[in-house]
Design a protein around this ligand. Structure first.
Ligand code: SF4
Length: 454
């Protein structure tokens, strides 16, 4: 018997892509642990690897294949299970890779558990004990994230829109929402371990419309604020046109518990390009919605995704995007040159923009985003902020120079006057922002630490 197998099957998890994927990986980990598996801290101690792939760009597909080959090369004998969006769209390609042991097309944790079953001591999860109590309606609840002080909770999967560039929708299917009571139950469990929960999904603005008794995202957030104590809630990416007044009012009146941060995909500031992207809104509808949101909140972390060089994008179209970015108070941008995804309508559109020009336009907007971020951080100097201390060393020990994430999504160094005690990862701290725009610090007021219950 090998040293590894004497220790029990250990699994290394590698995740690509979005926060929904990170959540899915944690569900897979919990499923394998329920079947007697253990998590590996490094690939070298693992018998099994689960690679949860992404397909948002062709780069993401390439990254996953590269990672699989590298894992197999550096760790001969490692059994590799490939799951996720790229596996859903390219199942046969992964099956054909000699490095791959099993392919699970999609994110179903039980399917991953079944794929790994020959290596797991308990086979199927036991019926009894804590696990059964967590399996309401045949579903499981995630109870903790293994790494990090923040947790993600996936409230829905899939999307009913038809953006012409999007392969994620092809991989994930139509929008399916989880019932609110199941989400509140899971958030209650996660809040025992994590001081901040990020609400995630593939299209969270569509939350609840498919349920027998329709719900809204604002209704769900209100339920979470009421039903889950001592945790702050952040929304992940949401479409600007789907942020209604009730959600903004809830954020404004939540005393910072629903944090002032929106990540609102723009994709393009040109109506002509938005039309070819099959987006459902115009430039003006997006702009007007954001103007109203911004007017309601004293300050706001505001991010956006932008695609440069979409087929047919002219210099004028790009200038319109640039002008809109200049006008709106973004605090950061994620800019990607267009990458055609096979199977999507955009892959066959005429008017391909030269790759170098796509990259130039992306660089220009990234620089603009950085400059706007710098000026936003300067505007926050001297103001109060609340952070969740997020830095942990690999062994879980507190580190010498802790950092934290503010409510408006600024990563800052956390400093005390020396009498405020040790700063514990997961602590929630109040203070004032100081330093400069390139290196913000939170000066913690003595005695203001609010330890998170653990
Ligand atoms: S809204 Fe568009 S880009 Fe977003 S997941 Fe749906 S189809 Fe894809």
């Amino acid at each position: 018997m090998s040293v590894k197998s004497q220790r029990g099957t250990r699994t290394w998890y590698q995740t690509f892509g979005c926060k929904a994927n990170q959540y899915d990986t944690e569900r897979m980990r919990q499923e394998l642990e329920a079947r007697g598996g253990l998590a590996a801290s490094v690939p070298a101690e693992a018998d099994l690897a689960v690679v949860n792939t992404c397909t948002v760009t062709s780069e993401a597909d390439r990254d996953a294949r590269r990672a699989i080959r590298r894992l197999a090369r550096e760790h001969p004998g490692l059994r590799i299970v490939v799951a996720g969006c790229s596996a859903a769209l390219r199942e046969a390609e992964y099956q054909a890779m000699p490095e791959v042991w099993r392919v699970v097309p999609g994110q179903d944790p039980e399917a991953v558990g079944e794929a790994a079953r020959p290596l797991l001591p308990l086979g199927r999860p036991p019926r009894g004990g804590q696990l059964v109590s967590l399996r309401g309606n045949g579903r499981t609840h995630l109870t903790r994230f293994r790494r990090g002080t923040r947790a993600w909770i996936k409230i829905q999967d899939g999307c009913d829109r038809r953006c012409s560039f999007c392969a994620t929708r092809l991989a994930r299917g139509a929008s399916r929402s989880r019932p609110p009571e199941e989400i509140v139950r899971e958030a209650t469990l996660l809040a025992c371990e994590h001081p901040e929960i990020v609400i995630t999904g593939i299209h969270i603005g569509q939350y609840g419309s498919d349920l027998d008794r329709p719900w809204t995202l604002a209704g769900l957030c209100a339920q979470l604020l009421d039903g889950v104590e001592a945790v702050r809630i952040r929304l992940s990416s949401i479409e600007a046109t789907e942020i209604d007044d009730s959600l903004v009012d809830l954020m404004a009146d939540s005393g910072g518990r629903l944090v002032p941060h929106f990540h609102v995909p723009l994709q393009s500031g040109s109506d002509a390009v938005l039309g070819r992207m099959r987006r459902w809104h115009t430039r003006e509808q997006y702009r007007a919605r954001l103007a109203r949101i911004v007017s309601r909140l004293p300050y706001l972390g505001l991010g956006a995704d932008i695609i440069t060089g979409f087929p047919g994008e002219t210099d004028v179209d790009h200038a319109e995007t640039r002008a809109l970015v200049e006008e709106l108070p973004y605090t950061y941008l994620h800019v990607f040159p267009f990458s055609p995804r096979s199977g999507t309508p955009a892959a066959t559109l005429p008017g391909r923009v030269d790759g170098a020009l796509r990259a130039v336009r992306a660089r220009e907007l990234r620089e603009l985003g950085l400059a706007k971020g710098r000026s936003y951080r300067a505007s926050r100097l001297g103001m109060a902020a609340r952070v969740v201390v997020e830095t942990t060393a690999a062994n879980g020990e507190p580190v010498a120079r802790p950092t934290g994430l503010t409510e408006d999504y600024l990563r800052v160094e956390v400093v005390t006057d020396g009498s405020a005690g040790r700063i514990q990862p997961g602590a929630v701290l109040d203070g004032h922002l100081e330093g400069d725009a390139d290196r913000l610090r939170l000066r913690v007021a003595t005695g203001r630490e609010t330890p998170h219950r653990r």
